[in-house]
Design a protein around this ligand. Structure first.
Ligand SMILES: [Zn+2]
Length: 509
């Protein structure tokens, strides 16, 4: 344990990732959803369908008071998920006050904020389903500051669960000091939908089992860790907030919003054009055929495929967030997991794992692309097979490939462990800068007419953006190594033909 502690001090500590929220069965439903990066709710006017779920949120006891809180937290023991399981582990929070808990650059921290999204004038449509004619949103309680008294807090207390979730943010700030900042961090808020039916008591559905980065209309950058439900706790032993990659992944979205702003603006602009209202996005049900892509110089998209330019950028955004989590977790050189375990998923969202939970290699094959771009897909893969309509699943392929190319570079150049994290960070930042530039130049001006005609084809955009990953790792002599060729061939097989004439021209396939 001693040596681990030293590693943490020098390097990092750890952390985490993602989050998926869910309707009935959180871990299963999540597979087909894109629910992080969601906004806090906003009210509406006009009929809307609302679902009710009977869930009970887990509440953590708060015992620490300001008077007894630590002025410098220092070394703590927390039960968090390491490589495969939750275990008590020592971490050092250097110069972090516990009276209240805060970290320079990350704004204010609160627990137990209470927000009610009240749906009004509702009538029952079917089991658990209601039609509501309007809603409004009220912040009932801004939340309370967080005090830390105990360096060995018991799991299932507010102190323990907050510090476990905080761990990923702390390490992210260590590893990306100039690129990661926030205005607020909200731990375990009560965000409730209330369904008001004339003549009955309101039904209350809490938001659970997720975390998300958001930027609201006032520009407030925030990461929110939703609470767990009792139903989830009964079914799944490992808690999301105890997985440091969760926080690091969400922080990765903040980094992308800063360094990849043109892409994020395009992702949002293209999406809003299509779906009308942010927050109502359902990527399983896209049936439009035409739209104006305002972010693309009046280009008119004619797409009969299901997936949009926005979803392509979103999948890249998810991949980058997973890469950030992997860097923060120490690039597989230390004892921390970079992924998170979620229900049946143990490998699919682990950026160190070459395979998914069904034993297959993470790869952008022709059939994966076909699945991603399928017009309407009501099917849900609820078992171990990844749902390739989910931008997170695509992002996981990109993340693994990026990290494998980085591993090859480390080995070829004999990079030391100490140099690995900062080098990977700079590589990732260069990648994002290249993506911005590539998107600004899309469609390529020198493309033949046939290519220009399909320039609003999201598949072309996907190929065009991912190509930047290969050129990023291209050695100075312009010749890819055999191993680089093999990595590309293994994980991006469906793009090989398009890239043969350019980035892969030195490969012998
Ligand atoms: Zn995400």
């Amino acid at each position: 344990m001693r040596s681990f502690q030293l590693q943490l001090k020098f390097f990092c500590v750890c952390l985490f990732l993602y989050t998926g929220a869910c309707k009935k069965d959180p871990f299963k439903e999540f597979l087909g959803k894109n629910e992080d990066e969601k906004e806090y709710p906003e009210g509406h006017v006009g009929p809307r369908t609302v679902n009710y779920r009977n869930l009970t949120v887990v509440e953590y006891p708060v015992t620490c008071t300001k008077e007894n809180a630590l002025s410098d937290i220092g070394e703590v023991t927390l039960t968090v998920r390491m490589r495969t399981k939750e275990e008590p582990t020592r971490f050092v929070f250097s110069k972090v006050p516990g009276n209240p808990l805060s970290l320079a650059g990350l704004g204010k921290f609160f627990h137990s904020r209470h927000i009610v999204h009240a749906y009004k004038d509702c009538n029952r449509l079917g089991p658990g389903q209601f039609n509501c004619n309007s809603s409004d949103v009220k912040t009932v309680d801004e939340g309370k500051p967080i005090y830390i008294c105990d360096r060995n807090p018991k799991p299932n207390t507010m102190e323990h669960e907050v510090l476990a979730a905080f761990l990923g943010l702390y390490q992210l700030k260590v590893d990306f000091p100039a690129d990661f900042d926030l205005n607020e961090v909200i731990f375990f808020p009560r965000i409730e939908d209330t369904i008001e039916i004339p003549g009955s008591a309101p039904l209350v559905t809490p938001s659970i089992d997720n975390a998300f980065w958001s930027r609201d209309s006032r520009g407030i950058q925030r990461i929110t860790f939703l609470p767990t439900s009792k139903e989830t706790e009964r079914n799944y032993p490992i808690r999301l907030p105890r997985q440091p990659p969760l926080a690091a992944h969400e922080g990765g979205h903040r980094i992308f919003s800063k360094l990849g702003e043109p892409l994020l603006l395009a992702q949002n602009a293209l999406r809003e054009t299509l779906e009308g209202e942010a927050g109502e996005f359902d990527d399983t049900d896209q049936s439009w055929t035409t739209f104006n892509a305002s972010a693309q110089q009046n280009a008119t998209e004619v797409s009969r495929g299901a997936v949009t330019m926005s979803a392509v950028i979103s999948s890249i955004n998810e991949g980058i967030a997973d890469i950030v989590a992997a860097i923060v977790a120490g690039l597989n050189l230390y004892l921390l997991s970079a992924g998170f375990e979620y229900g049946n998923m143990k490998l699919a969202r682990d950026p160190y794992s070459k395979i998914t939970d069904d034993g297959k290699i993470k790869a952008l094959t022709a059939s994966v692309i076909k699945h991603f771009f399928r017009a309407v897909d009501k099917s849900r893969n609820l078992g171990l097979t990844p749902n390739h309509k989910d931008v997170h699943t695509l992002g996981a392929i990109f993340a693994f490939t990026f990290l494998d190319l980085f591993r090859e570079k480390m080995e070829r150049e004999n990079l030391s462990k100490e140099a690995a994290i900062p080098t990977a960070r700079e590589k990732l930042k260069t990648f994002i800068a290249r993506l911005n530039k590539a998107y600004a130049n899309f469609p390529p001006r020198d493309a033949p007419e046939a290519d220009r005609a399909r320039s609003t084809d999201p598949k072309m955009l996907l190929s065009y953006l991912l190509r930047e990953m290969i050129s990023l790792y291209m050695p100075a002599n312009g010749t890819l190594t055999n191993e680089q060729c093999n990595i590309t061939f293994t994980h991006f097989p469906a793009l090989i033909d398009e890239w043969r004439a350019n980035v892969l021209r030195s490969c012998n396939f």
